[in-house]
Ligand binder design. Structure first.
Ligand code: TSX
Ligand code: MN
Length: 606
């Protein structure tokens, strides 16, 4: 026993390539020991207690939030770091204009230096996980090697983690190797800290070989490698190569008074309330909205020519601030137990709090940096990017088919953005390629000073800018190709819509109530998709015909509605020019999109 390499201790698989890789990474990173994670409750008990003892986690009051924990990160490790996110394709042009490209051979050499001994004095956890329903041929297995037990506990919430994933992998199945180190080896004389990390951060993807290497951060998408790294950046490349779509979209199910259900996928840039939309409390009597996913959709064209979507995740990793009973009652109720909170505030009685959970802050809060909270000094108690991780199955609005391996047929796809002007409440694309053009041009106006100029337009095509693992122009072409190759000429594919909940009047007041009333827009979208309601053509797309939007019981005057749905042709000439300019900056756009640009300009001149 004494001479045993750590990885030679009992391991629960005979997958030779997996065993060899675990061995290689252990040799490189020199952990003190290796633990294969099975995802069991016993393992969860052991690791959570270990993290409580280490001061990384605070156990929340059992009578308030059972089986839940609170973590405070290092203040230098609070968000994804896009500037340190790399796509290492063989050719720079395959990463495109919007990704940070790095030469793969050079980066491999850098990673080998960086990871050498990086897990010294720590345990390396082997975390098998499945993105997508267990047993589905369309799910993807990943194995994350991490020196962070916080990551292990979070992965257990966010993915199907442990023995079931390993069993599914079998002896020779394909997996995405994911290597993660917080980058703080416990060498001689180094004392551990509650949130180990490194000022030098690297989030590295090798799209051709489907590998992920992450160094220096323990936070969110930097460290929980199944989510943004695998299910979006690597999966988008797999989807391009194999003819499907890996998208940054929520999936919801809406049922009308006739009992007919429709599923809708929707992409929004950050800070548009995507999770709120996924868990919408429907304001329309007789209609219900249920949740299938809040962040990622993997979609495939079925033999019937319809598009089928699955949520590859098993949990929600949501922004806490702004989540409250009036904005998202279902999220608040989801969080009643079994949750991990990071960088919220802590209450005096052992619970969590954040701005927006209640109108006023309770007395005696400790802020996200561990200091007594003083509402008078103007800084928030919770970090603006404070997060919760919680099982999707606990959501009161979760749909029965949320983990159906067959996926759900999508009736319509929405693209949104935060736009104070120009963009109507809802616009229907004339056809698939027009929808791709609308999606390629979505944008949000900055809300926080930290995001640069307040009100400045930030483009986020398909809400995929930080998450597409390859060239955006190739990505647009893949969307166009998807419809061209679909059965029935793509006629059974979803209709595409552009939505904007954030249009303001001349006084800067929101014209649309948003939230549950967005179901009124969903109703029109469904009725358009089933040919039950009318639209009128405009230069930018189809708009609800007069009376077609159900505004019953809503206090919205005719003038506000006219403004909400208005298309200002002179303003749209400027919009079109902005679209052309910003699309050109992405590279050589597909001819079909150039054609859409030309048609828009033509419609605006006649
Ligand atoms: O999430 C939002 N949605 C989608 C909800 C399903 N938000 C929250 C901001 C994004 C993080 C919204 N904010 C929405 C919305 O539809 N709309 C707005 C703008 C708005 C804010 C407040 C009011 C109306 C509109 N009304 C009152 O405050 C009374
Ligand atoms: Mn997201």
């Amino acid at each position: 026993m004494a001479d045993m390499h750590p990885s030679e201790t009992a391991h629960p698989t005979r997958h030779a390539a997996l065993l060899a890789w675990v061995d290689d990474i252990a040799t490189l990173t020199t952990p003190r020991d290796i633990q294969w994670c099975d995802g069991s409750e016993a393992e969860w008990h052991r690791l959570s207690q270990q993290l409580v003892d280490a001061g990384t986690l605070v156990r929340l009051a059992a009578d308030k939030r059972p089986n839940s924990f609170y973590a405070r990160s290092d203040p230098r490790d609070v968000a994804r770091v896009e500037s340190r996110t790399f796509i290492c394709s063989e050719k720079a042009e395959d990463a495109g204009a919007t990704n940070n490209w790095r030469d793969p051979a050079e980066t491999r050499a850098d990673m080998n230096r960086l990871f050498a001994g990086s897990m010294t004095g720590r345990t390396m956890y082997v975390v098998p996980f499945c993105m997508g329903p267990l047993g589905s041929p369309n799910s993807v297995i990943g194995v994350e090697l991490t020196d962070s037990p916080y990551v292990v506990l979070s992965m257990r919430i966010m993915a199907r983690m442990g023995k079931p994933a390993l069993d599914m992998l079998g002896n020779d199945g394909f997996f995405v190797p994911c290597i993660h180190s917080v980058g703080m080896p416990l060498t001689e004389g180094v004392a551990d800290v509650a949130w180990p990390c490194n000022d030098e951060k690297w989030i590295v993807h090798y799209p051709e070989t489907r590998e992920i290497w992450s160094y220096g951060s323990g936070y969110g998408g930097n460290a929980l490698l199944g989510k943004k790294c695998l299910a979006l950046r690597i999966a988008s490349v797999m989807a391009r190569d194999d003819g499907w779509l890996a998208e940054h979209m929520l999936i919801l199910k809406i049922t009308g008074p006739d009992g007919a259900s429709h599923n809708i996928a929707a992409a929004f840039p950050s800070a548009c309330g995507k999770t709120n939309m996924a868990m919408l409390e429907c304001a329309l009597p007789g209609w219900t909205v249920e949740t299938i996913g809040d962040d990622i959709a993997w979609m495939r064209v079925g033999q019937d020519g319809r598009l089928y979507a699955v949520n590859p995740e098993a949990g929600f990793f949501g922004v806490a601030p702004g989540t409250g009973p009036s904005t998202n009652r279902n999220a608040v109720d989801t969080l009643h137990a079994n949750a991990i909170f990071t960088n919220t505030a802590l209450t005096a009685d052992g619970d969590v709090w954040w701005e927006g959970l209640t109108k006023t802050a309770p007395e005696g809060l400790t802020d996200w940096q561990g200091k007594p909270f003083d509402p008078a000094n103007g800084t928030p108690a919770a970090h603006p990017n404070a997060r919760f991780a919680v099982p999707a199955s606990q959501c009161p609005s979760i749909a029965a088919e949320w983990d159906d391996p067959a996926g759900v047929p999508i009736t319509a796809i929405l693209f949104g953005g935060r736009r104070a002007t120009a963009v109507p409440l809802v616009t229907e694309a004339y056809d698939w390629n027009h929808g791709v053009y609308l999606a390629a041009n979505i944008a949000s106006e900055g809300t926080a000073a930290a995001e640069g100029k307040v009100g400045a337009l930030r483009r986020d095509p398909f809400a995929m800018l930080p998450f597409c693992g390859y060239d955006m122009c190739q990505y647009f072409a893949h969307w166009i190709e998807t419809a061209r190759k679909a059965p029935n000429g793509g006629a059974n594919l979803p209709k595409i819509f552009l939505v904007n909940w954030f249009r303001k009047d001349a006084n800067g007041k929101f014209l649309w109530p948003g939230f549950g009333d967005n179901a009124r827009v969903l109703k029109w979208v469904v009725e358009r998709s089933t040919g039950q309601t009318d639209a009128i053509d405009s230069p930018i797309g189809r708009l609800p015909a007069p009376g077609a939007l159900d505004l019953g019981g809503l206090d919205l005057d005719e003038a506000a509605l006219t403004e909400l749905l208005g298309v200002d042709v002179e303003l749209w000439k400027e919009e079109a020019a902005g679209n052309a300019r910003d699309l050109a900056a992405l590279g050589t756009i597909p001819a079909e999109l150039a054609e859409q640009q030309a048609r828009l300009e033509e419609r605006l001149t006649v």
